[in-house]
Design a protein around this ligand. Structure first.
Ligand code: GTP
Length: 597
């Protein structure tokens, strides 16, 4: 297809505003998916995505659309819609010339949509504002059309009104994509430059890489080069998705498609990287490539220790499809053998643990999420990177800095007071407040990421009846008065409960954990103190009183078989016990304490 007949676009929308439904309708109206094959949310491949109604991996689909006898190729690039995947979103946007800004006509715009809209504007995309779900009785198109028009600078009457559900307005939308979005431009004679905007692991075909051609041409069987690493591969197949993969004779300027080289690991085909011809490589890679950096760390342990090998295998498999997942083996007194894992954010963590349990049938426990702390030691002055509280160089702390994020919270004005209180209690510094419309306010805070990973989102939702939305981006790091709080059972440290917290919150954390454990750990034959400590200083204490529990006392006399049975039973119960010094703790107690049940 010549560039003049190509339009590349994506859909920017908040979760649940109807992106998948609209995409489905477009596939149907353009005829690429027959009515018979249509199933809800055609593009969301992963079960877990479908169930939770979120889009994790982006994909591209090519749709034909005719205007005035001329056929255009519309390439729709699907973008993930959550804060953790900002980098992937930015690469999808970079592959487009235009974006549909899709907003629920009964909800209005949300923080995440706003963040992605700014990203799109930075990338100079043409924005087509669209209100969706106008079939809903609660829809207020007039009100939100004005909001959108004010936001992007246009007239309310230019805001399209559609329903992905009924199909109303979708044909107009397709026309406008062709009319308003600029055709791609590039140098057809130059060495090839293709940007990878997604890379998906497929059990049968290996890695399927989605690219947007910028310059030149890529053809089947030729050798290609990944510009970030210099690695060469043979192009086994290249083509377009519509939406099933259709091999083609190659891709040229402005085209969007997929390619297969036989690599088995998405790390060999990285989002944001530039692909060029191996024989005639381009001089410069396309701008914007970075390696994904994990921001949140957590220990993942099998509840049954004998599942360790399976957990390792499962992680090895997930890594093939997820370039941002990191892990290394770790051991814990309380939890045994497991892995320290790095994630892009909390949702990423949740997705991985859920996939581990669902796709691999593993029962797991995760430790409280932690962020990356930089500690400058007082003795040697070196900088130590700490992603696990147990590595904290206790007693040698010169200074500690923690990662900060700029957060944007969009909320109805009635909740401003409550949310400001919440943000202040999480050590946030107010950066600004803006009335977005008459009822809606945007609050901007600089906040430690460590405070956000600790149930901030849940608190925000519950304090605003679900009306607030949140977005954040890294904003460097900042020194803070942080301490490590240890939890001791009879003087022995229980590593899984150590946590790095602000000094002002150390006491609250210590008492909460000590109390939880007191309630969960069964009495022993001796008294067991539970203490919370900062270094050698005890800041909180609870005591489990002693009990004399002799199972044999119940059997008077000589019924030896009964005695044996009881002993046997007791032994079985002990299997799942962990020893912390002299103290026997059922693993369930640790697990319950960690999960806050
Ligand atoms: P993510 O995949 O999580 O980003 O969600 P999404 O934006 O793709 O939303 P999805 O298409 O899954 O729609 C969310 C909900 O809104 C579903 O229950 C849809 O049935 C409903 N919905 C989508 N479009 C419309 C519409 O035009 N009208 C009505 N009434 N409901 C709609």
């Amino acid at each position: 297809t010549p560039p003049a007949q190509i339009r590349n676009f994506c859909i920017i929308a908040h979760i649940d505003h109807g992106k998948s439904t609209l995409a489905d309708r477009m596939l149907q109206i353009t005829g690429v998916v027959s009515d018979r094959d249509m199933r809800a949310q055609y593009l969301d491949r992963m079960d877990i995505e479908r169930e939770r109604g979120i889009t994790i991996k982006s994909q591209a689909v090519r749709m034909p659309w005719q205007i005035g006898g001329e056929t255009f190729a519309l390439n729709m690039i699907d973008t993930p819609g959550h804060v953790d995947f900002t980098y992937e979103v930015s690469r999808s946007l970079a592959a487009c010339e235009g974006a549909i800004l899709l907003v629920d006509a009964a909800q209005g715009i949300e923080a995440q949509t706003l963040a992605n809209l700014y990203l799109a504007l930075e990338n100079d995309l043409t924005i087509i504002p669209v209100l969706n779900k106008i079939d809903l009785p609660a829809a207020e198109p007039e009100k939100y059309a004005k909001e959108l028009a004010d936001l992007i600078g246009g007239r309310p009457e230019d805001v399209l009104r559609v329903s992905g559900k009924t199909g109303v307005g979708v044909e107009d939308l397709l026309d406008r994509l062709v009319q308003e979005i600029p055709a791609p431009v590039g140098d057809a004679e130059a060495p090839a430059r293709a940007m990878i905007f997604d890379s998906v692991y497929d059990a049968y075909r290996g890695v399927v890489t989605y690219v947007r051609m910028v310059d030149g041409k890529l053809s089947p069987r030729e050798r290609i080069q990944m510009m970030s690493t210099g690695a060469n591969h043979e192009l086994l197949e290249i083509g377009v998705s519509s939406p099933e993969p259709v091999p083609s004779k190659g891709l040229g300027v402005g085209e969007v498609g997929y390619l297969i080289t036989g690599v088995k690991d998405v790390r060999q085909s990285k989002v944001g990287d530039t692909i060029t011809n191996a024989r005639k490589p381009a001089a410069d890679a396309l701008a914007g490539y970075t390696d994904p950096k994990p921001m949140v760390f957590s220990g993942i342990y099998p509840i049954d220790g004998s599942d360790y090998a399976e957990l390792r295998e499962a992680l090895d498999k997930l890594k093939l499809s997820d370039a941002s997942l990191q892990y290394e083996p770790e051991t814990s007194v309380a939890l045994g053998f497991g892995f320290r894992c790095g994630f892009l954010g909390l949702l990423h963590l949740e997705i991985i643990t859920e996939r581990l349990s669902r796709e691999f049938g593993l029962d797991l426990i995760t430790t409280a999420p932690s962020v990356i702390y930089q500690v400058v030691t007082s003795d040697t002055g070196e900088t130590v990177t700490v992603t696990n509280p147990s590595e904290y160089p206790d007693g040698r702390i010169g200074s500690v800095s923690e990662p900060m994020v700029k957060t944007a919270i969009l909320l109805p004005k009635d909740y401003v007071g409550t949310v400001m209180e919440l943000c202040q209690s999480r050590r946030g510094t107010l950066l600004g407040m803006e009335y977005f419309s008459e009822e809606r306010v945007e609050l901007r805070y600089n906040m430690p990421l460590g405070e956000i990973v600790f149930d901030f989102f849940d608190q925000l939702k519950s304090k605003t009846q679900g009306y607030a939305s949140l977005d954040y981006e890294p904003s460097g790091s900042q020194e803070a008065d942080l301490v490590k709080v240890d939890i001791l059972l009879q003087g022995e440290k229980v590593d899984a409960f150590s946590s790095i917290v602000h000094r002002d919150k150390a006491y609250a954390y210590g008492t909460m954990m000590a109390e939880r454990l007191r309630k969960l750990i069964p009495r022993q034959q001796f008294e067991v103190p539970i203490q919370a400590a900062i270094g050698a200083r005890i800041i909180a204490r609870e005591t489990i009183r002693a009990i004399r529990k002799d199972v044999l006392a119940k059997c008077y006399g000589g019924d030896i078989t009964r005695k044996r049975k009881l002993l046997e039973k007791q032994k079985e119960g002990k299997k799942r016990m962990k020893m912390v010094g002299r103290v026997e703790v059922p693993q369930e107690a640790f697990i319950a304490a960690l999960s806050g049940d």
